[in-house]
Design a protein around this ligand. Sequence first.
Ligand code: BGC
Length: 766
Amino acid sequence: MKIHGISIIITLAIAVSCSGDGIPVYKDASAPVGRRVDDLLGRMTLEEKVGQMNQFVGLEHIRRNEASLSEDDLRNNTANAFYPGFNADSVAEWTKEGLVGSFLHVLTVEEANYLQSLAMQSRLQIPVIFGIDAVHGNANAPDNTVYPTNIGLACSFDTGLAYRIARETAAEMRAMNMHWTFNPNVEVARDPRWGRVGETFGEDPYLVSRMGEATVKGYQGDLSSDDVLACIKHFVGGGQPANGTNGSPADLSERTVREVFFPPFEAGVKAGAMSLMTAHNELNGIPCHSNGWLMEDVARGEWGFKGFVVSDWMDIEHLHDLHATAENLKEAFFQSIMAGMDMHMHGVYWNEYVCELVREGRIPERRIDESVRRILEMKFRLGLFEQPYADEKTTMDVRLCDAHRQTALEAARKSIVLLKNDGLLPLSPEKYRRVLVTGINADDHNILGDWSADQKPENVVTILEGLRMVSPGTDFVFVDQGWDPRNMSEANVEKAAAQARRCDLNIVVAGEYMYRGRWNERTSGEDTDRSDIALVGLQDELIRKVAASGKPTVLVLVSGRPLGTEWAAEHLPVLVNAWEPGMYGGQAVAEILYGKVNPSAKLAVTIPRSAGQVQMIYNHKPSQYFHPYVLTESTPLYPFGHGLSYNTYEYSGLSVDRTEIPADGTLKLTVKVTNKGSMDGEEIVQLYVRDRFSQVTRPVKELKDFARVALKPGETRTVEFTVTPDKLRFLDRNLEPVVEPGEFILMAGPSSDDRDLLKTSVHVIE
Ligand code: BGC
């Protein structure tokens, strides 16, 4: 197919107007946004409108690929943008002609400003909106604060922290001329084989909803020039892929979709999210990118979503070349737009084909106007017309500032889960003077996690560096295992085993490899799914050989997904899950090991023993384990909500202010929590509900509230939860919401494990 620039036909519509001093209304900052949009739309040609609906990757990204990859690689690697016959210079030309609405993967403020300067040469000077995957800080770009990834953040159960991180990220993004983050990922992660668990808030719809809405509010503020646009993604079902691989089919009943996967998206829309990304996968046979039920009926119709929908990477194209529901690309664009799509990520054929579809009368121009209106409204509200550039001189005043670094450290401290402690922790520097440190993640920037570029060494504290910083008197003996779990050497394992015999204690830092810069070597992250959740390579052997020294061995896991380390959980005294803790992960791990920080995080996702146990979730149906497995356990390695502290917290006095309520009634539940330990601490108190008998089967329990409570040694606090009808509601046989009369069991405690929970029962009366 021949690609050519589309020449602009200048047809000024009649609806345009000027303010008193001759400035077009759309350029008048004091005019209401609605009027500015109408005025601008009235001036635009069809080509310019369709251009607003298209996104391209940044020129530097294209150039890097043009320079380093063969044509064949480029064509066959969907992670790289490549348009045969249309190169970076052509994209620049189109930008000057006003045919590009947005860019993604622009990594420097200089490039963003440059691209904007091209857009400012266009006829109507409509600024481009820059989108980027700022999933845990604007970490894909260098020199930004890198917070823990979402899975760790969710383990903090701290919505205020999620809000603060999103605010800070918005500030760092605006300082780079970025306006739109492709986050929060509010998928519910129900399969640990899936490589993207780390960018989600875990397996529970309630927790994901609360973390997601806090994040949306943090990014968007009041949607003005200090804020960035949030994007709730990926709509929907990708967190339970057929075989655990990214983008494979989601075959889910409408009940499951509505009960499990929709709530976080609905919460995101209600929190004001103004963009939404559809999922790679098909849902029950209909690809999400051409699914009008999802985009139009549910998101816009049922929830009142007012923002714009963006496609995911090449996924409209995949309607044709993967899902095969469209015979050609033009048909794919047609299907997607008519199902409700507003913006195309990313590529060259869009402009020409979509204009043709309009001219042929297949897509009404008013349908195009709808999408353009939504996109322009965001550009106006975010102040891009008044402030198209960021100040390159002051950009670093904001990025990586002290306050943001402090938040990154706090978040790491609150997100690291102490899974097991036989009393070895906190470590005594007097007792353990010589300490072996080894494992692929012991001294590596991989702790930054997926969706992060490498960052300067002075902005990252590795775990080894953290240990040396926190316990300066200890002799840490480091045995390097390289960064690559797939290529560990027996010789290095033996070296570590030999050193272990000479040390007083061992710290093995194992896990997954997520760094995007070595895409093909990763073991976890986007498009990096596994059929197993055991440790990769010689890591298990390393742990066993080091432990065979007879010296106490601490295992720290750095990973975006749950890992089934059953042997270690049984045989080692200490197991710590650090997730992907970000730039100060090393400091936070060390502070926790040495008791400078009391761990408080709780698992946002169940840790199964093996991939064979999948699906393993805490909120399963009553019959799930009626017949347990033979030969292996049917229980998780660690349950959802589990996480230890250096204190024990005693739960007592669970009570309700009434035991009978009408279906629309509310009750108060209180529970006392006492710090029985000797350190200040924070405990995450969890409230679960079970509907005892119901017309359709209900989960054995569902998280319905939580509270993070700070307690001094010996202190008791009474935590109060309000049980409102929505916490008792479910979908009846006709998928209508109902609160049924009958018994409900309310449970409060430190984890989802039945043995940890205090219980009481209440009745909903007719
Ligand atoms: C991912 C999205 C992401 C997009 C842009 C896709 O491969 O699925 O989550 O926002 O790339 O980087």
